[in-house]
Design a protein around this ligand. Sequence first.
Ligand code: NAP
Length: 430
Amino acid sequence: VTENLKIGIAGLGTVGAGVLKILGVSGDLIAQCCARAIDVVGICARDRARERGLGLAGAAWFDDAIALAKDPTIEVFIELIGGSDGVALDAVRTALAHGKHVVTANKALIALHGAELGALAEAQGVALNFEAAVAGGIPIIKALREGLSANRVSRVYGILNGTCNYILSDMEETGRSFDAVLKQAQELGYAESDPSFDIGGIDTAHKLAILASIAFGAQVDFSHVHIEGIEYISANDIIVARELGYAIKLLGLACRTDQGVEQRVHPCLVKSDDAIAAVNGVVNAVVVESDQLGRLVMEGAGAGESPTASAVIADIIDIARGLVLPPFLRPSEFLRSEAVAPMARHEGAYYIRLTAIDRPGVMAVIAEDLAHEGVSIDTIIQRGAERADSVPIILLTHQCRESVMVKALARISSHDVIVKPPRMIRIEQL
Ligand SMILES: NC(=O)c1ccc[n+]([C@@H]2O[C@H](COP(=O)([O-])OP(=O)(O)OC[C@H]3O[C@@H](n4cnc5c(N)ncnc54)[C@H](OP(=O)(O)O)[C@@H]3O)[C@@H](O)[C@H]2O)c1
């Protein structure tokens, strides 16, 4: 008879509590899946006195996550504290160094320290599993690491942050401003009180860096991701985009180019009839394009107590079954330090928002500047005045190189008639 798997959980917040609840209600199912039961023998959080209603009597309490990480009674250390550095990093390093398997939901930790931690896990012959770190409950790491392991991936992209997707979907549905929708999202608990990681695209970038590493055999490197957030998207952008047959989504996209691996997070115009445009609210979706399978689309809950805990427990079950894989699919020796494909060389079409003084001849000036740089226009829309003295002008361009577009916008903004910095949203061919 195989012995029960003994685990220690550090962090009893949303995800930690979810893990304990599922182990409670589905312990029999889980024990059948892995032919052994899972015992929580140690737990740790910041505040021991907090009433958590989790029935924790059987587990030893640890004030210090690092002490739990190296405690001889545990075989698996579950890190659900959060943060890229500090105690989470120290505790995971300690657990791996002591030959414990590690499961974490911490995307910031894996995006910033995954290369080091993955190599350490491999050297120790233990698992480092992080399914919950990317797209919450969607089993995309498992899909890439196992189901698609015989595929060469050409592109991976998705909606990886539910907060941003909720805000953009609500703006589209109600026509309200970014600030108004963000405030409501905070009231409903969909956005943190400090939402900067979400709306600034950083959370999406953490997840994309992890996906790109597994998909392209690159060492995970967060600094390689180009990041823009959704803060500058206006209600009017969304309305105009819709009239033109597009939705605006914050996407994380990674693909291999001649220049290296391109990893970028930014708002995109996507065709309204594309599957990704129909993903609304806090839902996440990931698309993988590969040589043998073609296109794979996975959609589901990207966060929340139960979906995230479900992914954490799937990782624990793998360990209970004795499955230990290289964390980033390929053993560390095969993970390359990839060149970064520069955004200046990116090719695409653009949605441009200009704000100009309402005066004859303005359009001619803009058209001349674009022609001078070789940018050709697909569509121009001029709307009623935003203020008495200025009008928004929306342009859709044909494909061009990003460096050319940026140069053309610099030229346009140098004219006195342009009263606000131009805004550029990439149009994505999916
Ligand atoms: N929430 C989600 O939907 C979600 C989805 C995917 C991934 N994740 C990731 O999962 C991780 C946990 O997120 P969460 O939402 O569960 O966070 P949370 O609700 O804020 O919980 C954090 C837990 O860590 C404990 N903690 C904080 N500092 C500690 C320390 N120095 N030593 C020991 N314990 C400490 C806290 O203790 P107290 O309870 O005593 O304060 C709390 O129990 C993060 O990496 C997050 O990015 C979360």
